[in-house]
Write a protein that binds this ligand. Structure first.
Ligand code: FES
Ligand code: FES
Length: 173
């Protein structure tokens, strides 16, 4: 469905109650098909294409977002399931500089090659470091076990997570 068809469909649903969702801190009411997948809502309706689609069956993590701070696969959720909730996508990740320390660390340590997995990977790292500010290597591997990368071999990603953890701890001190 392209953007115009989606807007036509949306107009047809003005009589239905809106879905109230907070996305990257912005609360809005949306008149959309509640059965639309969250990943399509983000990408096609809102134009937030940072969240990627790959396997579409919850195996790769490319579509990872935070829903009320819990890491979830946006390809497995319908929009009605996130009504009243707060979503964070890669577009909402902000640091004091242009990039968030997690993104800076991925750059410095070669944590990506093609980059397709990277937005989902970064969201997974954010969830991991919120739970374990000083993660062990086992915790890092477990935290990223739902996010597949075909390019890097994971060495750079794990180094990047360790660097990000160090830098975020310094910011908080
Ligand atoms: S596209 Fe959602 S988990 Fe792969
Ligand atoms: S950098 Fe290419 S899939 Fe991860």
């Amino acid at each position: 469905m392209d953007m115009r068809e989606m807007e036509d469909e949306t107009r047809g649903r003005k009589d239905a109650p809106p879905l109230r969702i907070t996305i990257n801190g912005d609360y809005e009411e949306y008149y959309v098909d509640p059965s639309m997948r969250l990943v399509d809502f983000l990408r096609d309706y809102l134009g937030m294409t940072g969240t990627k689609i790959s396997c579409e069956i919850g195996r790769c993590g490319a579509c990872s977002v935070l829903v009320d701070e819990v890491l979830m696969n946006a390809c497995l959720l319908n929009v009605y399931q996130v009504a009243g909730k707060s979503i964070q996508t890669i577009e909402g990740l902000k640091g004091e500089k242009a990039l968030h320390p997690i993104q800076e660390s991925f750059l410095k340590d070669g944590g990506f090659q093609c980059g397709y997995c990277t937005p989902g990977m970064v969201m997974a790292v954010q969830a991991l470091l919120a739970e374990y500010p000083e993660p062990t290597e086992v915790q890092i591997r477990e935290g990223l076990s739902g996010n597949l990368c075909r390019c890097t071999g994971y060495g750079g990603i794990i180094r990047a997570v360790k660097r990000a953890a160090r830098e975020l701890r310094q910011v908080k001190i």
